[in-house]
Design a protein around this ligand. Structure first.
Ligand SMILES: Nc1ncnc2c1ncn2[C@@H]1O[C@H](COP(=O)(O)OP(=O)(O)O)[C@@H](O)[C@H]1O
Ligand SMILES: [Mg+2]
Length: 255
Protein backbone atom coordinates (compact mmCIF):
# COMPACT_ATOMS: atom_id res chain seq x y z
CA UNK A 1 0.00 0.00 0.00
CA UNK A 2 1.31 3.46 -0.82
CA UNK A 3 1.57 5.73 2.19
CA UNK A 4 -0.11 8.96 1.18
CA UNK A 5 0.53 10.89 4.39
CA UNK A 6 3.79 12.80 4.83
CA UNK A 7 6.14 11.15 7.30
CA UNK A 8 5.74 12.44 10.83
CA UNK A 9 8.29 14.84 12.28
CA UNK A 10 8.40 12.75 15.44
CA UNK A 11 7.20 9.22 15.99
CA UNK A 12 7.40 7.16 19.18
CA UNK A 13 6.28 3.58 19.32
CA UNK A 14 5.86 1.81 22.69
CA UNK A 15 8.66 3.74 24.36
CA UNK A 16 9.52 2.69 27.90
CA UNK A 17 12.14 4.13 30.26
CA UNK A 18 12.79 2.93 33.79
CA UNK A 19 15.17 4.34 36.41
CA UNK A 20 15.71 1.73 39.12
CA UNK A 21 12.20 1.01 40.36
CA UNK A 22 10.70 4.16 38.78
CA UNK A 23 8.89 3.88 35.48
CA UNK A 24 9.65 7.31 34.04
CA UNK A 25 7.94 6.56 30.70
CA UNK A 26 5.36 3.84 30.18
CA UNK A 27 4.27 2.71 26.72
CA UNK A 28 4.52 6.10 25.04
CA UNK A 29 3.01 6.22 21.56
CA UNK A 30 3.10 9.54 19.84
CA UNK A 31 3.11 11.01 16.38
CA UNK A 32 3.75 14.69 15.69
CA UNK A 33 3.34 16.20 12.24
CA UNK A 34 5.68 18.80 10.73
CA UNK A 35 4.58 22.30 11.69
CA UNK A 36 2.88 21.36 14.94
CA UNK A 37 3.61 23.33 18.12
CA UNK A 38 3.01 20.86 20.93
CA UNK A 39 2.86 21.61 24.64
CA UNK A 40 3.83 18.94 27.11
CA UNK A 41 2.23 19.48 30.51
CA UNK A 42 2.21 17.59 33.77
CA UNK A 43 3.31 17.84 37.38
CA UNK A 44 6.95 17.68 38.44
CA UNK A 45 8.30 14.17 38.12
CA UNK A 46 5.67 13.13 35.56
CA UNK A 47 8.25 12.39 32.86
CA UNK A 48 8.37 15.52 30.67
CA UNK A 49 12.15 15.92 30.76
CA UNK A 50 12.70 12.20 30.26
CA UNK A 51 10.39 12.25 27.25
CA UNK A 52 12.09 15.27 25.64
CA UNK A 53 15.57 13.86 26.33
CA UNK A 54 14.51 10.54 24.84
CA UNK A 55 13.20 12.18 21.67
CA UNK A 56 16.55 13.89 21.08
CA UNK A 57 18.68 10.85 21.84
CA UNK A 58 20.16 12.14 25.11
CA UNK A 59 18.36 9.40 27.04
CA UNK A 60 18.19 5.91 25.60
CA UNK A 61 14.87 4.14 26.22
CA UNK A 62 14.79 0.57 27.56
CA UNK A 63 12.47 -0.41 24.75
CA UNK A 64 10.51 1.11 21.90
CA UNK A 65 11.23 2.95 18.67
CA UNK A 66 11.82 6.62 18.00
CA UNK A 67 12.00 8.25 14.57
CA UNK A 68 12.65 11.84 13.60
CA UNK A 69 11.63 12.91 10.08
CA UNK A 70 11.32 9.25 9.19
CA UNK A 71 14.78 8.25 10.44
CA UNK A 72 15.11 5.84 13.31
CA UNK A 73 17.32 7.26 16.08
CA UNK A 74 19.08 3.94 16.45
CA UNK A 75 20.27 4.15 12.83
CA UNK A 76 21.81 7.60 13.16
CA UNK A 77 25.53 7.16 13.71
CA UNK A 78 26.80 10.72 13.56
CA UNK A 79 26.02 13.47 16.01
CA UNK A 80 26.09 16.01 13.20
CA UNK A 81 23.35 14.13 11.34
CA UNK A 82 21.31 13.98 14.53
CA UNK A 83 21.85 17.72 15.02
CA UNK A 84 20.18 18.50 11.68
CA UNK A 85 17.13 16.51 12.77
CA UNK A 86 16.59 17.45 16.39
CA UNK A 87 17.89 19.89 19.00
CA UNK A 88 16.94 20.73 22.56
CA UNK A 89 16.89 23.70 24.88
CA UNK A 90 17.41 21.81 28.12
CA UNK A 91 16.72 22.90 31.69
CA UNK A 92 20.45 22.91 32.46
CA UNK A 93 21.15 24.96 29.30
CA UNK A 94 24.33 22.95 28.63
CA UNK A 95 26.45 26.06 28.14
CA UNK A 96 30.17 26.36 28.80
CA UNK A 97 30.30 29.15 31.40
CA UNK A 98 33.86 30.30 30.70
CA UNK A 99 33.27 30.95 26.99
CA UNK A 100 31.85 34.13 25.47
CA UNK A 101 28.16 34.02 24.59
CA UNK A 102 28.85 33.98 20.83
CA UNK A 103 30.84 30.75 21.07
CA UNK A 104 28.14 29.00 23.04
CA UNK A 105 25.66 30.01 20.36
CA UNK A 106 27.90 28.90 17.49
CA UNK A 107 28.32 25.51 19.18
CA UNK A 108 24.79 24.86 17.88
CA UNK A 109 26.30 24.56 14.42
CA UNK A 110 28.42 21.63 15.56
CA UNK A 111 25.84 19.54 17.35
CA UNK A 112 28.26 18.73 20.15
CA UNK A 113 31.29 19.91 22.04
CA UNK A 114 33.40 16.93 21.06
CA UNK A 115 35.98 19.12 19.42
CA UNK A 116 36.31 22.43 21.17
CA UNK A 117 39.11 23.61 18.90
CA UNK A 118 36.95 23.30 15.84
CA UNK A 119 34.40 25.55 17.52
CA UNK A 120 36.98 28.20 18.14
CA UNK A 121 38.20 28.12 14.56
CA UNK A 122 34.65 28.09 13.27
CA UNK A 123 33.87 31.71 13.87
CA UNK A 124 33.55 33.02 10.36
CA UNK A 125 32.17 36.52 9.92
CA UNK A 126 28.92 35.24 8.40
CA UNK A 127 28.40 32.86 11.32
CA UNK A 128 29.03 35.67 13.75
CA UNK A 129 26.54 37.82 11.91
CA UNK A 130 23.93 35.10 12.12
CA UNK A 131 24.61 34.57 15.84
CA UNK A 132 24.40 38.30 16.39
CA UNK A 133 21.08 38.56 14.59
CA UNK A 134 19.55 35.68 16.59
CA UNK A 135 20.88 37.09 19.86
CA UNK A 136 19.43 40.42 18.92
CA UNK A 137 15.97 38.90 18.31
CA UNK A 138 16.23 37.51 21.85
CA UNK A 139 17.20 40.87 23.33
CA UNK A 140 20.81 39.86 23.92
CA UNK A 141 22.65 41.92 21.30
CA UNK A 142 24.79 43.64 23.89
CA UNK A 143 25.88 40.36 25.49
CA UNK A 144 27.46 38.73 22.45
CA UNK A 145 31.06 39.02 23.73
CA UNK A 146 30.24 38.68 27.42
CA UNK A 147 31.55 35.70 29.37
CA UNK A 148 28.53 33.38 29.63
CA UNK A 149 28.90 32.92 33.41
CA UNK A 150 28.37 36.66 33.86
CA UNK A 151 24.83 36.42 32.47
CA UNK A 152 21.71 36.04 34.61
CA UNK A 153 19.73 32.77 34.58
CA UNK A 154 17.16 34.24 32.22
CA UNK A 155 19.85 35.49 29.86
CA UNK A 156 21.58 32.10 29.83
CA UNK A 157 18.24 30.49 29.07
CA UNK A 158 17.96 32.71 26.00
CA UNK A 159 21.54 31.86 24.93
CA UNK A 160 20.44 28.20 24.99
CA UNK A 161 17.46 29.15 22.80
CA UNK A 162 19.80 31.02 20.42
CA UNK A 163 22.03 27.96 20.17
CA UNK A 164 19.18 25.72 19.08
CA UNK A 165 17.91 28.36 16.62
CA UNK A 166 21.31 28.57 14.89
CA UNK A 167 21.43 24.76 14.85
CA UNK A 168 18.09 24.95 13.03
CA UNK A 169 17.04 21.29 13.36
CA UNK A 170 13.77 19.96 11.87
CA UNK A 171 12.45 19.36 15.37
CA UNK A 172 13.05 21.82 18.20
CA UNK A 173 12.52 20.55 21.74
CA UNK A 174 12.42 22.94 24.65
CA UNK A 175 12.24 21.93 28.30
CA UNK A 176 10.54 24.77 30.18
CA UNK A 177 12.31 27.30 27.92
CA UNK A 178 10.76 30.37 29.50
CA UNK A 179 10.70 29.27 33.15
CA UNK A 180 13.33 31.82 34.25
CA UNK A 181 11.93 34.73 32.27
CA UNK A 182 9.63 37.53 33.33
CA UNK A 183 6.17 37.48 31.69
CA UNK A 184 7.02 39.93 28.90
CA UNK A 185 10.25 38.15 27.96
CA UNK A 186 8.58 34.75 28.24
CA UNK A 187 5.97 35.88 25.78
CA UNK A 188 8.51 37.27 23.32
CA UNK A 189 10.65 34.10 23.42
CA UNK A 190 7.58 31.88 22.99
CA UNK A 191 6.43 34.12 20.14
CA UNK A 192 9.83 33.83 18.47
CA UNK A 193 9.95 30.03 18.81
CA UNK A 194 6.45 29.56 17.44
CA UNK A 195 7.05 32.04 14.59
CA UNK A 196 10.25 30.27 13.53
CA UNK A 197 8.43 26.95 13.66
CA UNK A 198 5.86 28.30 11.22
CA UNK A 199 8.11 30.34 8.93
CA UNK A 200 10.83 27.68 8.59
CA UNK A 201 8.37 24.77 8.67
CA UNK A 202 9.86 23.26 11.81
CA UNK A 203 8.20 21.30 14.59
CA UNK A 204 8.25 22.44 18.20
CA UNK A 205 7.61 20.39 21.33
CA UNK A 206 7.97 22.21 24.61
CA UNK A 207 7.16 21.71 28.24
CA UNK A 208 5.66 24.56 30.20
CA UNK A 209 3.52 25.20 33.25
CA UNK A 210 1.94 28.35 31.83
CA UNK A 211 -1.65 27.79 30.64
CA UNK A 212 -1.69 31.28 29.13
CA UNK A 213 1.44 30.79 26.99
CA UNK A 214 0.38 27.31 25.96
CA UNK A 215 -3.05 28.46 24.87
CA UNK A 216 -1.59 31.43 23.02
CA UNK A 217 1.21 29.70 21.12
CA UNK A 218 0.59 25.95 20.91
CA UNK A 219 -1.67 23.99 18.58
CA UNK A 220 -1.83 20.78 20.57
CA UNK A 221 -1.47 19.79 24.21
CA UNK A 222 -0.32 16.52 25.71
CA UNK A 223 -0.84 15.78 29.40
CA UNK A 224 1.54 13.37 31.08
CA UNK A 225 1.31 11.92 34.58
CA UNK A 226 3.43 9.23 36.21
CA UNK A 227 5.05 8.39 32.89
CA UNK A 228 1.86 7.96 30.89
CA UNK A 229 0.15 10.17 28.36
CA UNK A 230 -3.28 10.82 29.83
CA UNK A 231 -4.62 13.24 27.23
CA UNK A 232 -3.61 14.48 23.81
CA UNK A 233 -5.87 17.05 22.17
CA UNK A 234 -6.04 20.15 20.01
CA UNK A 235 -5.51 23.30 22.05
CA UNK A 236 -9.06 24.42 21.25
CA UNK A 237 -10.41 21.55 23.35
CA UNK A 238 -8.47 22.20 26.54
CA UNK A 239 -10.21 23.80 29.50
CA UNK A 240 -9.36 24.74 33.08
CA UNK A 241 -10.88 21.55 34.52
CA UNK A 242 -8.60 19.31 32.45
CA UNK A 243 -5.59 21.34 33.58
CA UNK A 244 -6.59 21.24 37.24
CA UNK A 245 -7.34 17.53 37.17
CA UNK A 246 -3.90 16.81 35.72
CA UNK A 247 -2.14 18.59 38.56
CA UNK A 248 -4.53 17.93 41.45
CA UNK A 249 -4.97 14.20 41.06
CA UNK A 250 -1.21 13.95 41.34
CA UNK A 251 -1.24 15.74 44.69
CA UNK A 252 -3.88 13.33 45.97
CA UNK A 253 -1.78 10.38 44.80
CA UNK A 254 1.26 11.74 46.61
CA UNK A 255 -0.51 12.29 49.94
N1 LIG B 1 18.64 10.27 35.87
C1 LIG B 1 17.66 9.82 36.64
N2 LIG B 1 17.89 8.86 37.56
C2 LIG B 1 16.91 8.39 38.34
N3 LIG B 1 15.63 8.79 38.27
C3 LIG B 1 15.33 9.72 37.35
C4 LIG B 1 16.33 10.29 36.49
N4 LIG B 1 15.72 11.21 35.68
C5 LIG B 1 14.43 11.21 36.03
N5 LIG B 1 14.18 10.33 37.01
C6 LIG B 1 12.87 10.03 37.60
O1 LIG B 1 11.96 9.84 36.54
C7 LIG B 1 10.71 10.48 36.82
C8 LIG B 1 10.40 11.51 35.74
O2 LIG B 1 11.30 12.60 35.89
P1 LIG B 1 11.36 13.82 34.87
O3 LIG B 1 11.33 13.29 33.49
O4 LIG B 1 12.51 14.67 35.25
O5 LIG B 1 9.97 14.56 35.18
P2 LIG B 1 9.51 16.07 34.89
O6 LIG B 1 10.42 16.65 33.87
O7 LIG B 1 8.10 15.93 34.43
O8 LIG B 1 9.60 16.80 36.20
C9 LIG B 1 10.83 11.05 38.22
O9 LIG B 1 10.32 10.11 39.11
C10 LIG B 1 12.32 11.22 38.39
O10 LIG B 1 12.67 11.15 39.74
MG1 LIG C 1 11.55 18.38 33.96
Amino acid sequence: MIESKARPAVSLNSVHKRYGTTDALIDINLSVEPGEVVALVGPSGSGKTTLLNTICGLTIPDSGEISISGQSLTNIKHRKTLATLVGIVSQQYGLIPTLPVVQNVLAGKLGSWTNLKSVLSLIWPQDRKQASSILSSLGLDEKINERTSHLSGGEQQRVAVARVLIQSPDVILADEPVASLDPALAESVMGLLSRITQVDNKTLILSSHSPYLIQTYCSRIIGIRQGRIIFDMPISEINDDIFHDLYETNQILQR
